[in-house]
Design a binder for this molecule. Sequence first.
Ligand code: IMP
Length: 303
Amino acid sequence: ITLHLPVISSPMDTITEGAMAKEMSKAGGLGIIHRYNSIQEQCKMITEAVEDLVDHPAAAIGVTGDYLDRAEALVMSGAKILCVDVAHGHHSMMKNALTMLKKTFSDTVHIMAGNVGTLEGLNALAEWGADSVRCGIGGGSICSTRLVSGHGVPTLQNIIDCARTHHDVKIIADGGIKKSGDIVKALAAGADFVMIGSLLAGTDETPGEILNTKEGKKKVYRGMASKEAQTAWRGRVSSIEGVSHVVPYKGPVEEVLHDLGVGIRSGLSYSGARSISELQAKAWFIRQTSAGTVESSTHIKAR
Ligand code: IMP
């Protein structure tokens, strides 16, 4: 897959359905339609995306239950990318699913898979058939995995580790991206794309109602392992590793994506780079103290 904007919207039920997928495509990025729905509902969104001429119709699936039926129905509806979407991807169930998907579709469909937190995890998924891998455990804005399970890796470190792979596999930095500057850092460290949730949350194209509150207009953004999301999609709760939150309403996502694109291009120009691979070759990281970190944000004080 080639994208003009190296940004992918998360397959979450408060981020990506048809409207987000269309806008992501228009902006040169990619939207992955989430899997927390019936096969028919998800296929309908893919069919509409195809009729709206979305560049790369993409949808998420799991690794158990109806995942293969879902995958076949999605591909029949026009999906060109399947995202095997589980919290802990370096797992034998992922191996089985990727093996089945490769056997069923060979190379006619791009297979994205994840998430992983280590180079070993990335290499395993590439060997099992993934074309791109989501890297990031525990870094999401709505994520409590590290608190609950004690597991995870800072996303930037994860990318630095995974970029050492000898496999021809695309790396997606997923979780914790707060500003366009974080996207530039993830790309410089070796990511080919970033996946974002919170940056897009609250826009018109996310699923869900606009809430009128005393503090202004808001929309819900929730982790898929939050109590609220688990109750909604499977009617029961197991390990709660996410939270549900309201975020300020942001208007059309087009403006958010435009600003991200401008920020990314500015980042490339500071490194004298005309492409992401040139950025990766030219940029280097320095350690900074906490005083440096404070200076890195706007820090003017009212006098
Ligand atoms: P954000 O861009 O920092 O908001 O992170 C979004 C990413 O968090 C998604 O792409 C998923 O990888 C991850 N994620 C989604 N839901 C949950 C959850 O409930 N717990 C942990 N991680 C989650």
